[in-house]
Ligand binder design. Structure first.
Ligand code: LER
Ligand code: MN
Length: 268
């Protein structure tokens, strides 16, 4: 199984990012530690020097399996379900820009928190309808591009928390280029049985995030990664396994411990 780790290309308040800051140094570190790829967390691709990033990745021979988009929500409040239609439109345009950016790397585009949250005084059915319409527009923008929806735990959003309800949403959407991103941190909170949920999602898993129960690197908490990887193999998942982890006790130690634990899991 190929291992990647999330690197933020722009300043971000989101904490489960092992690498933020100097992109050149961080890409070199990730390569030195033995990773096979790097996932890019991007707030706005139009503010990036794409050629420079491409050249750094090429120099280090690191593919990009996925582009994370959640910072547009975290830093700017953009979402598919905002009650203001001009903000919904701006969010859709941002995701279209991310789809165009992702083409440079043949990477999937992650829809996590940018789907938004429904507040108590808002109409849940209306939010759901807006979410469906936004996904439909983004998926139709480029049918060759892959979009992945991440079920996210209840403490971060109240839209699509579990694998089962996200699969139901994807079925309702009916777009062949929309798949699933599973994240062990969220699954540990929401899924009755993580292994059964992986089996339920099976060939619709297009990307995979790992963090332990405490969002530290795998091996630092109580999630059993041995049985998770056994199950991923059973469902023939052969994509990247990407570490979205807290930089604890520090970035390099977290990244090194992640790779050490997961390599041990794969080879046992
Ligand atoms: C993003 O991949 C994620 O897992 C979320 O927790 C972001 O808030
Ligand atoms: Mn995640």
């Amino acid at each position: 199984m190929k291992l990647s780790i999330v690197l933020s290309t722009q300043p971000a308040s989101f904490s489960a990012l092992a690498y933020k800051g100097n992109i050149e140094e961080n890409i070199k570190r990730i390569k030195e530690l033995g990773y096979d790829g790097v996932e890019l967390a991007v707030r706005n691709p139009n503010e990036l020097d794409v050629d420079y990033i491409k050249s750094l990745l090429k120099e280090n021979n690191l593919p990009v399996p996925a582009i994370g988009t959640g910072q547009a929500f975290g830093e700017e409040g953009l979402s598919f379900t905002h009650t203001d239609s001009s903000i919904r439109s701006k969010t859709i345009e941002r995701i279209k820009d991310q789809i165009t950016f992702a083409k440079n790397f043949d990477a999937v585009v992650i829809i996590g928190l940018v789907r938004g949250i429904v507040s108590k005084n808002e109409d849940r059915n209306e939010a759901y309808k807006n979410m469906l319409a936004a996904f439909d527009e983004c998926a139709s923008f480029d049918e060759n591009a892959k979009i992945v929806i991440e079920p996210i735990n209840r403490y971060e959003t109240n839209l699509l928390n579990t694998v089962e309800e996200t699969l139901k949403f994807i079925d309702e959407l009916g777009k062949a280029n929309v798949g699933l991103l599973l994240d062990t941190f969220h699954m540990n909170i929401e899924e009755p049985n993580i292994l059964e949920s992986i089996k339920l999602a099976k060939d619709r898993i297009s990307h995979f995030h790992v963090a332990d129960s405490n969002r530290w690197h795998p091996g630092a908490g109580h999630i059993n990664f041995y049985e998770i990887f056994e199950t991923l193999q059973q469902v023939n998942y052969n994509g990247f396994v990407s570490a979205e982890i807290l930089p604890m006790p520090d970035s390099d130690t977290a990244a090194a411990n992640n790779i050490a634990h997961l390599r041990k899991v794969f080879t046992s």
